[in-house]
Ligand binder design. Sequence first.
Ligand code: PGA
Length: 240
Amino acid sequence: MEFLVCNTYEEVSQEAARIFEAQLKAKPDSVLGLATGSTPLGLYRELIRAHECGGLDFSRVTTVNLDEYYPIEPTHEQSYRYFMDKNLFDHINIDKNNTFVPNGKAADPAAESVAYDERIKRLGGIDLQLLGIGENGHIGFNEPGAALHASTHVEVLTESTRNANARFFASIDEVPTHAITTGMAGILTARKIVLLACGKNKHAVVQAMLDDTVTTQIPATLLKCHPDVLFLCDNAAYKG
Ligand code: PGA
């Protein structure tokens, strides 16, 4: 794992954007694994700018998002489909038919999960995977536990995750209790991974990423076993 500390959130976003731009220039039909949350917003703003000012081309790109609340309507303002449209897809020249987010209103979420993994396989796997990290060390919605799932599955959200995400909802009661998430295999088979951590509240988990321990109790630590991970964090996350 390559580790890089930037001074500010903006610098983390710019550094991450450089990697995505290089990826699209080298392979215009890349399959990108994308993430939601506060952390990637700066990167998405940089990519929109690169599209608008530098002509960065997304016309041949396919995207696969990590996760979606369950159940949730795609039109719900807190759904991850809505988030991606609003914060990225509506502002770039991507064909929305080539943007995939788990279906939060699937009648059969187990079947949706199997189909999601099959789609990733059919696409030839993920070239570049973007990840944020939960305060509890989750990646996607793979929550800490005695064991993790390899495949896409329905996950029960932990109290820590629901509390962290309550800021986006009117009250904690409205935060969904479940999500459909790509599993650890879906993440770890991406050819390249960029992991972002910003802000003081990520300090403890950043520290856990910098020793040699790998534990399912901090799912992100499994990334230490992947051959091509760039971990970018800002000073606040690094120094606490
Ligand atoms: P955040 O979420 O970017 O909103 O901090 C990260 C995550 O939970 O994966």
